[in-house]
Design a binder for this molecule. Sequence first.
Ligand SMILES: Nc1ncnc2c1ncn2[C@@H]1O[C@H](COP(=O)(O)OP(=O)(O)OP(=O)(O)O)[C@@H](O)[C@H]1O
Ligand SMILES: [Mg+2]
Length: 225
Amino acid sequence: MFLVKNLDKLNKMTDAMLTAKDIHFSYGEFTVLDGVNFEIHAGEHVALTGANGSGKSTLLAIIAGVLEPDSGEVLNNFEKEPAFVIQQPRFSEQIPLTVEQAVRMGRWADRGSLGRFKAADKEIVEEAMTQTGIQSLRNRQIAELSGGQKQRVLLAQGIAQRSPLLLLDEPAAGLDAESEMHMTAMITELAESGVAIIQATHDHDVAESAGRILHLKDGRLESNQ
Ligand SMILES: Nc1ncnc2c1ncn2[C@@H]1O[C@H](COP(=O)(O)OP(=O)(O)OP(=O)(O)O)[C@@H](O)[C@H]1O
Ligand SMILES: [Mg+2]
């Protein structure tokens, strides 16, 4: 714990890699984010907490660049776009897609539209599947998988993007106790490998084990430090 705290202090002294400045966002008349500010440093594990509807998913989508804020900005100094693992996946219900194909999708951004799938990409995909324990599912259709298995595939797809910043939207939601434990262990391992993680969660233990908690309330962030 002592070590973690010191590491956190050290991170704080280094430059911020991602900065959100005065983010405002509304769905029509309904204001969700009302002046959100924070900084993320390389390798930090941050828990994003807040009640249902407090705006966690919205904020993650803004950091990922999926949604544009009404005002304010997100400055990204990481060398890549963040990898975004969405909440409650509905992907794949229509398109027939195997587990391996879904993880390969994680390589699209790096390959460019005409880029070929190279040996190095294949290796990254294999590693992501091994890390998340889904190699034996590689030829299964996504639509046939359980919720917990789908969640692993999504995490693998995120890992395969090899981004230094991973955005996870409640990756353990709806999982049974054992799968939840596995998911938490995988995320801890990723955090320890130096990937910065912003993880929306309702789980107190997960939030406490992250280096920092950002709590969304009434459109603003409260930080524990
Ligand atoms: N597409 C949308 N159109 C209109 N309102 C929306 C839309 N998406 C979300 N909202 C509203 O914005 C608010 C924030 O939603 P958001 O999904 O970001 O919350 P959350 O903190 O992620 O909640 P949860 O813990 O349930 O996942 C909620 O009140 C929600 O009803
Ligand atoms: Mg959400």
